[in-house]
Design a binder for this molecule. Structure first.
Ligand SMILES: [Cu+2]
Length: 124
């Protein structure tokens, strides 16, 4: 009996540790274009953010925040790859300086996450 119990304990511990990981499957960025910290000579014509889990495209947002807190809301594609949010960027809308790609997504687990991906647009 004691033996069974001591062999069961590691399994219970594992199950306990694994559970919150599954429950907390909100969307986290795994890659982006522009990449975080990128320095670009030319404004991107499209932005792409790849997440670790499926997202609800219809309830996810992308905004470019630029110098002087100027905000350029983007229009993400309503569907596409289940884990990717992307949007076109209109030509000649971005001045040079420090920018942030601000993302907010709804993951399939019902949790909203948000964050900023900083990048720099160098003067032409
Ligand atoms: Cu979650």
């Amino acid at each position: 009996m004691v033996r069974t119990g001591s062999r069961l304990l590691p399994f219970l511990l594992l199950a306990f540790l694994a559970w919150p990981v599954q429950a907390a499957a909100h969307a986290v960025v795994v890659a982006s274009d522009p990449a975080a910290g990128a320095s670009l000579a030319v404004a991107p014509r499209q932005v792409t953010v790849r997440f670790n889990s499926r997202i609800d495209h219809g309830r996810s947002r992308l905004v470019l925040v630029g110098p002087d807190a100027v905000q350029v809301p983007l229009d993400p594609a309503p569907e596409g790859e289940p884990t990717v949010l992307e949007a076109p960027v209109a030509a000649a809308t971005l001045v040079s300086g420090a920018w942030r790609l601000r993302w907010q997504v709804l993951a399939v687990d019902g949790h909203i996450t948000r964050g900023d991906i900083p990048f720099t647009l160098t003067a032409p």
